[in-house]
Design a binder for this molecule. Sequence first.
Ligand code: BDR
Ligand code: CA
Length: 311
Amino acid sequence: MTPLIIDTDPGIDDAFAIALAAGSPEVDLLAVTTVFGNVALSHTTRNALRLLELCGRSDVPVAAGAERPLVHPVPHRASEVHGGDGLSGAADTLPPATHEVGGRHAVTLMADLLRQAVEPVTIAPIGPMTNVALLLALHPELKPKIGRIVAMGGGVRGGNTTAAAEFNVWSDPEAAHRVLSEEDVPTVLVPLDLTHRCAVDAAWLARLAAGGRIAQGLHALTPSYVATYRRMLGEDGMVLHDAVALAEAISPGILRTTACAVEVDCSHGPGRGATIVDLRHHLPTTRRRVDVALDADTTAIGEFVLSRILG
Ligand code: BDR
Ligand code: CA
């Protein structure tokens, strides 16, 4: 079993990502750490606790991390997509949490777990990369303990939050720059280009609704999210961004990657938060490369997620 830490801002697609990991025997879910993002940190943390409760995993420690970006003074939000509570206004349909956050900051918990780990740990940042950037900055000696970072973020052909920037990177471009361009930990980046191609359809949602307790609990969180994606897809369906990244964290190689240098636009102009992915991967470069997930059997990804959460 690969030890896994999920760093997250739940978030509806984060909810599917957590449930996918909780239901996957290939990984040992060491912790769920939270970050500001789709909604405020207090909400993302409460949602993480309740989602683990839904999944019967109240044994998994939860720690709260950054409540704002490294540099930008005001955190951005995506409550128009995820609802004011981060879960379509349906967070209260989840079982109340029977466990609480511990006293440790998310970065401290991650560092402690890495220090204790006897096998390389996968870290899956599926929100703004602030906590992971802080971890790498504060504890460079622990980098050899990280097997892979598998992050959802960025876009090769533009963004979803601005024309240029994807939400997670736009929320803290300086943190993403640190993780994607400055460090030397093996990293997979799962961008919008692929997550959109893995969109699930109305038939998938119907199978989810007919599933067991966990599947039905997740289905109850989807209405406003599905409504958002209806405008884009032209029919009922949704994009499972973060769960696509978790599929790779759980099953290495399920996504097809290309090693590319990635730069994050940290300017304060219209390109802020853009990921500039250098697809000229055949050219020699001294720049650090990350493995950008550009292709997959897209139907298989939806089936993989469903198979682990139907119950
Ligand atoms: C990312 O932004 C968030 O709204 C989602 O949870 C996902 O992590 C997609 O751009
Ligand atoms: Ca997220």
